[in-house]
Design a binder for this molecule. Structure first.
Ligand code: ZN
Length: 327
């Protein structure tokens, strides 16, 4: 079935792997990130031994299984870029995982349930070539984490890159606000203010997490994001990764009409998804939360939680009008 205006799309799904099936992915886990990975595997009912090998295939199978038996018809699978400096030199030994573009592009070609979210650092010497290749191969969006991958999106040197994206109708999904699960390189780049250049070049920009804070001491940039929504009709936000202790406190704000009318649904899978935080924040009753948490299909659980919380229906289908979809 082709994507239509009513197709329910999860526009923020991570792929993880150890490279065990030739995917080219890697994971470098230590300390907190290792514990998080073990917790995630347990939540998914997968053995921790998969971290030593075999994760890639099992992970993709699990995603397909969830999509085939759920309300969610499509998932944008996100590649994950290396960290580079402004001169385009790769910064080694930083970053906790890598997912190559060709892996998500291949998966999207093989399975109609998947759309490809590629990831390119615009300072790379071959950034424009890689972008052209990804566009040709059917990329649905370009994802980056400016604060973790060291990307100042408003650096004038990246103008050509954004113009090419705008011309191809390829949206940018940019992480905004605090970050918990990936090491942060430059905190200043968490501010959605840094997204002005791509917006002015005409790129459709989705600010992941609506610039909310993820820790108590994080700066909350939601205000800046809301101001920019009024200035740029090509700016959107996603509601991904918010079923967490701190981010959940921003649900009330993003459910207000000025933001909720510009939202795109995303789960941030495999970040744990539970109705507990929405219940503690007063959006759900105890029995509602219990029933929602009993749904083993976490991609579907996330949609049902958000529907019960009052996210407007357009949230779940807006992506079809924003993403670059294959013909
Ligand atoms: Zn994410």
């Amino acid at each position: 079935m082709p994507v239509t205006s009513g197709t329910l799309i999860d526009a923020h799904v991570h792929v993880l792997g150890t490279g065990s099936n030739g995917s080219g992915c890697w994971l470098r886990l230590s300390g907190y990130h290792r514990l998080l990975a073990l917790y995630i595997l347990r939540e998914l009912g997968l053995p921790s031994t998969l971290l030593k090998g075999g994760l890639d295939q099992v992970y993709v199978e699990r995603l397909l299984q969830m999509l085939r038996g759920s309300l969610v018809s499509r998932a944008v699978l996100l590649a994950h870029e290396h960290v580079y400096d402004e001169a385009g030199r790769r910064i080694e030994n930083f970053g906790s995982f890598f997912v190559p573009n060709r892996y998500v592009l291949e998966l999207a070609k093989r399975h109609p349930e998947f759309l490809a979210g590629v990831s390119i650092h615009p300072a790379r010497h071959d950034a424009l070539d890689e972008l052209d290749l990804c566009i040709e191969e059917g990329a649905a969006l370009m994802k980056c984490l400016p604060n973790c991958q060291n990307i100042d999106c408003s650096n004038p040197r990246y103008k050509k890159f954004w113009e090419r994206m705008a011309q191809a109708g390829l949206p940018l999904l940019a992480h905004t606000g605090g970050e918990l699960s990936v090491p942060v390189y430059n905190k200043l780049y968490s501010d959605p203010e840094r997204l002005r250049l791509p917006l002015e070049c005409g790129v459709k920009v989705i600010a992941a997490h609506c610039a909310t804070s993820s820790l108590f001491f994080d700066t909350d940039y939601t205000k800046n994001f809301a101001t920019m929504l009024r200035q740029y009709p090509n700016l959107f936000g996603d509601n991904s990764g918010m079923q967490t202790p701190i981010r959940s406190r921003h649900f009330r704000r993003i459910l207000e009409e000025d933001i909720s009318s510009r939202l795109i649904h995303g789960s941030d899978f495999p970040i744990p998804i539970s109705a507990t935080w929405a219940r503690l924040r007063g959006f759900l009753s105890r029995s509602q939360a219990k029933e929602l948490n009993s749904n083993k299909n976490v991609l579907e659980r996330d949609v049902l939680i958000k529907r019960a919380m009052g996210f407007p229906e357009g949230t779940f289908t807006r992506a079809a009008a924003v993403l670059r979809l294959p013909n």
